[in-house]
Design a protein around this ligand. Structure first.
Ligand SMILES: Nc1ncnc2c1ncn2[C@@H]1O[C@H](COP(=O)(O)OP(=O)(O)OP(=O)(O)O)[C@@H](O)[C@H]1O
Ligand SMILES: [Mg+2]
Length: 421
């Protein structure tokens, strides 16, 4: 919008009327004069067009009506309000002026207040029109932009929905494939466990006669000293093989989850003594001192699965004997947490053996792992002992952990709940 005073073009041929109009308008407006229609039309399309035209009807040459008709026919000047100047004051002329696009009329002789009021009103109306037009343009532009944005959003949404649907379909397929693969793997694993179970039982069967017959031969008078040596080697190897087969059978039973824990009364101290008696000989053979300590606070009778507890402790003590060259092994039991009818016992098997490097300790709790898994390792074994211990403990609601220092020894701990009936 143009700033400052508004510009009015007065189209009038008579000097007297021009002067009167100049006196009236000059204080408030910039006034430009045209004495004929041709000049008026030229000024109307100039670089600085008028905001309003006061147009005399009767002029030499082109009449006011003609000028108005041309102004309204030209797109550049169509919107400039035209007020006719009429000295005739006849209804016919006024009506014609309106029909040609004039917005108002003033009559000669001029009334200052009337002219100013009419000019002011039409300039204000024109300004409002321009403002409304600009607002309209802005609104149309905004609507266009919004529609574009909505369209883009809708497209993005559709794209997203499409992608989600594709991903969901892919995931469904992957899930189905995974379920099939899982079922396959599980059935393969079940088949392997069943096969392992059959193999171990088949291997177990001939072991008893081998050991039994060898014992019978050893008891007889027949073999000489060297044959006795051979027979003893056969019996020891067969006994070792039996232990491995027994571990395998135990493992397959635990894997197949077809072994349940029993719950029967036992005396923890007696159980520890019995383990000591069984393994004392092996410990002594290596020059190791085996001792047992059972906290006097532990009741004489608890309910649980003594066979499994014995197997767990034996596995840990066997390891302690195997991995200790000199020193001692101590088995201990202490009471732990207690609730209404349950008591936790904490067992520890401590040795002064080779210990376990800190970076290997945690790995040992993975299945079948050994601190030294190399083929040239010093100690025999399949890495089955701790795996069995963990599985049995899990079944009985217990947990296993260890502390160790390389070269100084290890302590394996576990804690288990027992019923106090
Ligand atoms: N008391 C211990 N001192 C040092 N290392 C131990 C001790 N107990 C277990 N380990 C380490 O943990 C590994 C796993 O023990 P685990 O009893 O499972 O297997 P293994 O004794 O090697 O073989 P298996 O028990 O089948 O005869 C062992 O190979 C050894 O490296
Ligand atoms: Mg072992």
């Amino acid at each position: 919008m143009r700033e400052g005073k508004k510009k009015i073009l007065v189209v009038e041929d008579e000097s007297y009327h021009i002067h009167v109009l100049l006196d009236i308008l000059k204080p408030d407006y910039r006034v430009s004069i045209s004495k004929d229609g041709t000049d008026a039309l030229r000024k109307a399309v100039s670089k600085s067009p008028p905001d309003l035209i006061l147009l005399d009807i009767i002029m030499p040459g082109m009449s006011g009506y003609e000028v108005c008709t041309r102004l309204k026919a030209d797109e550049r000047t169509r919107d400039i309000p035209v007020i006719f100047i009429s000295s005739l004051c006849e209804v016919k002329n006024i009506v014609r002026g309106f029909s040609l696009g004039g917005v108002d009329y003033v009559t000669k002789p001029f009334q200052t207040e009337e002219i100013l009021a009419r000019v002011r009103t039409h300039i204000a109306m024109r300004e409002m029109q321009i403002r409304l037009k600009n607002q309209n343009i802005r609104l149309l532009h905004e609507i266009g932009e919004r529609e574009k944005a909505e369209k883009a959003l809708q497209q993005a949404n559709e794209e997203l929905e499409k992608r989600v649907a594709e991903r969901t379909a892919e995931l469904d397929t992957a899930n189905r494939e995974l379920a099939v693969a899982k079922e396959k793997a599980e059935s393969a694993s079940r088949a392997k466990t069943e096969f392992l179970s059959r193999v171990s039982h088949e291997l177990r069967t001939p072991m008893s006669p081998i050991i039994g017959m060898t014992d019978l031969l050893l008891m007889s008078e027949t073999p000489d000293a060297q044959q006795r040596e051979f027979l003893t080697a056969i019996r020891d190897s067969a006994a070792h093989l039996s232990t491995i087969i027994d571990d395998l059978i135990e493992l397959t039973q635990l894997e197949a989850e077809d072994s349940e824990s029993v719950c029967e009364a036992f005396d923890p101290e007696m159980l520890l003594e019995s383990i000591m008696e069984t393994l004392e000989f092996d410990a002594e053979n290596k020059g190791l001192q085996l001792s047992v300590f059972c906290d006097p606070e532990i009741p004489d009778s608890l309910h649980g699965d003594p066979d499994r507890l014995e197997k767990i402790l034996k596995k840990l003590v066997e390891n302690a004997i195997k991995f200790t060259q000199k020193g001692s092994i101590r088995i201990s039991a202490a009471p732990g947490e207690k609730n209404e009818n349950e008591l936790y016992l904490r067992f520890s098997v401590q040795d002064t053996g080779i210990g376990i490097p800190a970076d290997k300790l945690q790995d040992l709790f993975g299945d079948f792992s050994q601190a030294d898994g190399s083929s040239t390792r010093e100690y025999d074994g399949l890495g089955m002992g701790l795996t069995l211990v963990k599985r049995m403990l899990t079944l009985m609601g217990g947990n296993l952990w260890a502390e160790s220092e390389e070269g100084k020894g290890s302590t394996f701990h576990f804690s288990l709940p027992f019923a106090m009936i």
